[in-house]
Every structure is written in structure tokens, then in C-alpha cells.
Design a binder for this molecule. Structure first.
Ligand SMILES: C[S@@+](CC[C@H](N)C(=O)[O-])C[C@H]1O[C@@H](n2cnc3c(N)ncnc32)[C@H](O)[C@@H]1O
Length: 250
């Protein structure tokens, strides 16, 4: 019989499809991730420029595994950018369609307003309607539910405050991105973004998965807020950064 690895509350370094096989079905309450966007970012151990269909097919395999490990009522929060001005592909629509095709319930989009325009001069035709671009100053967090909208849980383990609930229920979230590269990672999450998702969508003692965990923001915020975490990333360098972050919490 094949022995499964225990991935819980550990930084697990390896390919996500290989490692996710070790996660029990129906055991995760909330998955939060930001996958590689396939825009040619300079990751340590990943080709971020695949053919588009190959890229979508690969991520769909990861989403099928995600659905398998989520409990009924479990949520998936997928951070993804809006339509880019290089290839004009609506990745957020394409990924949503794939997730709906495999049976996930689409329930909301949060608009993460980053208050920054990275390429402020990339407006296409300047002061002319001939070919102007919309410059993305935001990203989405798309929220899906697995099989049921309702997540059962112990009421005494709900730890969101009244003011947080009021504030986070407005889906326009103004959060500054992490500007300085966290030891070379091109796209780390800001902790505030993850804090809001974890508080809004999970109970204390729930299990939170990030299958493209990078420098461990999800793991770290989960641990600080009395949740279990499962962290997976293929890069040894990023896993080491994540391990150091987790060690500092104990
Ligand atoms: C957008 S980044 C995630 C950053 C993370 N949210 C953070 O706060 O640091 C995507 C991550 O996916 C990882 N990755 C790419 N291909 C992978 C694979 N096949 N298996 C596991 N991780 C992978 C990359 O190493 C990268 O850290």
C-alpha cells in the first residue's frame, strides 16, 4: 500500500500535482492561491511561458485536485490579474470557465485595487480613440465553493469581528502590493489580502491550502490566526524563505 506523506503545517517543496496526491480527499476548508500567470516572470524553477492551451490544461489538472481535496462547502480563492495589454487574453474568464466546467460553484469576485499602475505610460494611442488601452491597476480574487455554498463549522470558532465583517463584505479591497521583492520572489501576496480571505471564509482550526505557496504568505497568516496550513511550492529557494517565516511565528 502506498504511504501518504503528511503535508500538514509543513513547508513542502516539490511539484504541486505530485504532492497534492498526498492530501486526503474532503479535508481542506479553504484553498487560496496565485498561480504563475504565464507572462514570462523570472521564477526560480518554473517555465512561465507555456503555450496558452498547455498552460490552461495544466492548471485545470491542479483545479481538479483542488476540488477533490476540498470539503463540501469548502472555498477556493483564486487571485488572478485582469486582461493584460500585451496579449489581451481574459485569463480570469478562461480560468473561471475551466473551474465551472469541473463543477465548482462561482460565487463572487473581489476587486483588489492595488493603487499602482506598473506601466503608466503604456496607454496605446495617447489622447486618441484610435487604439487606447485600459491599464490594469487591480487584480481579482475569484471565489468558488465546492458542492455547497455553506461551510459548516463550530460557531465559537468564528473569529471575525463586526467591523471586519462590515469592511470586508464590500468587495473593493484597497491593499498596497508588496513592493520590495521578498528575497527575489517576483509576486508575493500582501499579508492583509490573505488575512481578509482567511477571516471571511474560514473558521479557526480549519485547514488552508496554497498549492503555489511561494514565500509562504498563506502559511504564515494561517499559522498566526490559529488555522492549519498546507504549503506547496516547487522552488527550493522560496521554500527556504517560507520555512524561515514560519519558524519566526513559533
Ligand atoms: C505567483 S507565485 C506565488 C507567490 C505567493 N503567493 C507568495 O506570497 O509568495 C507562483 C508560485 O508557483 C510556484 N510554482 C510554479 N510551478 C509550480 C509547480 N509545478 N508546483 C509547485 N509550485 C510551482 C513558483 O515557484 C511560484 O513561487
Amino acid at each position: 500500500m502506498e504511504v501518504k506523506l503528511d503535508l500538514m503545517n509543513k513547508i513542502n517543496c516539490g511539484d504541486t500535482l505530485d504532492l497534492m496526491k498526498n492530501i486526503e480527499s474532503n479535508s481542506v476548508h479553504l484553498a487560496i492561491t496565485s498561480p504563475p500567470y504565464n507572462v514570462g516572470k523570472d521564477y526560480d524553477s518554473h517555465n512561465d511561458l507555456m503555450e496558452y492551451d498547455e498552460y490552461l490544461n495544466w492548471l485545470t489538472k491542479v483545479w481538479i485536485e483542488t476540488k477533490r481535496v476540498l470539503i463540501d462547502g469548502g472555498r477556493f480563492a483564486l487571485n488572478v490579474g485582469p486582461t493584460g495589454i500585451r496579449d489581451f487574453r481574459p485569463l480570469h474568464h478562461d480560468l473561471s470557465n475551466r473551474l465551472r466546467e469541473i463543477g465548482m460553484i462561482f460565487r463572487a469576485e473581489i476587486l483588489w485595487y492595488k493603487q499602482t499602475m506598473l506601466k503608466r505610460t503604456a496607454w496605446g494611442s495617447w489622447k486618441s480613440p484610435s487604439n487606447p488601452h485600459i491599464i490594469p491597476s487591480w487584480e481579482y480574487v475569484l471565489i468558488f465553493s465546492n458542492n455547497s455554498m455553506k461551510l459548516e463549522g463550530d460557531k465559537t470558532k468564528s473569529d471575525i469581528t463586526r467591523d471586519e465583517f462590515l469592511n470586508f463584505s464590500d468587495g473593493h479591497w484597497n491593499i498596497l502590493p508588496v513592493t520590495k521583492n521578498r528575497k527575489g520572489h517576483p509576486a508575493p501576496f500582501p499579508e492583509e489580502l490573505i488575512y481578509r480571505l482567511i477571516k471571511y471564509y474560514s473558521y479557526e482550526d480549519n485547514t488552508i491550502l496554497d498549492m503555489f505557496g511561494g514565500t509562504g504568505t498563506v502559511a504564515s497568516v494561517a499559522a498566526k490566526n490559529n488555522r492549519n496550513f498546507i504549503h506547496i511550492d516547487i522552488s527550493k529557494e522560496y521554500c527556504e524563505i517560507a520555512s524561515n517565516r514560519i519558524k519566526k511565528i513559533d
